[in-house]
Write a protein that binds this ligand. Sequence first.
Ligand SMILES: [Mg+2]
Length: 367
Amino acid sequence: MILHIDMDAFFASIEQAINPRLKGKPLIVGSRGNRMRTVVCAASYPAKALGIHSGMPTREAFRICPGLEFVAADQAKYIWTSERILEMLRGYAWPLNYASIDEFQLDIGPHPEPLKLAAQIREQIYANFNITASVGIGKNWLLAKLASKLNKPDGATLISEANFSDILSRAPLTKLCGMAGKTGQILMTQGLKTCWDLYLKMPGYFDENPGKFEEAGQNPDLPKSLGHSYTLPKPQINHRVIRAWLRVLSEMVGERLRRQDLTSRTVHLWLNFPQDGYFAAQKTFSIATNDSYEIYLRSLKIMARIPQKAHKIRALGVTASHLNRQTYLPLLTEEKRREALIKAFDRINSRFGDNSIFPAQVILTHK
Ligand SMILES: [Mg+2]
């Protein structure tokens, strides 16, 4: 049996837990700090009740509710809370799946009292983090996830053999994972309105799907670091060319991280000067990444620490460490776009060969 835990209005709830003045109020968390020129990335339940939802331009949200409370997203805070919840759940010693930043699944086996367990976990989350979660239980993750949405916020639902047809015939099709978008819309126009309608047509859709559970206590072997270095044909002083090489190396590091489904929090930069020895420094960031451009920007930040003096550079290296498995999907709209771009980039290069597509800046290394 799978137990799916879905945090209620996660980002908004964290903001309310930190600032009790916001509790119970219509609140939106904006992707960016400019309140009128960004999109909603989370809405509190009172805001949702007014029809405000994530993805909506904030301007529209303020038109619906001019008194709306606004907070700019602070990802590091949400990731930190999410990781603490994950640690707490690891304490249960069941196989665990970190499904997204605010969704967790436990494979609880044939548990005698799953609803009692769900209540216990919800209480524990509330006691520790002052936020609520909804829990769904079902024979596989798809059903468990569906169940978690049926009694939101702060509720729990068990889909059992006994209530299967009853619950599914009351659950709108669009609540089912994979059916919120176009596929669901198309099926709706074909008369499939509820999950039960889909079950009658395609029972296979509800079959066992293993998901990605980590075994309890398992600590998968991760590489410690991953890097690339390059020795220039001749010492180089032109900073635009040096930055272009840094970009090449960052692209290579990012590509390898993504291929292995890893993210990194620490960038290590190493530069060799033909006359004056070398410079090496590293910096750890609060947000993990495998975006090559972000790795490049981080290495530039480290390079800015070199005392002001024109250096010829002979060789350079970029290494990513503090590696972890990629655990959640991008949170903000801009990041989702960015991720789609990177995926397309990787697909083109894997299909047509490395360097079929590359950042324009890299051309400077051909000089
Ligand atoms: Mg949620």
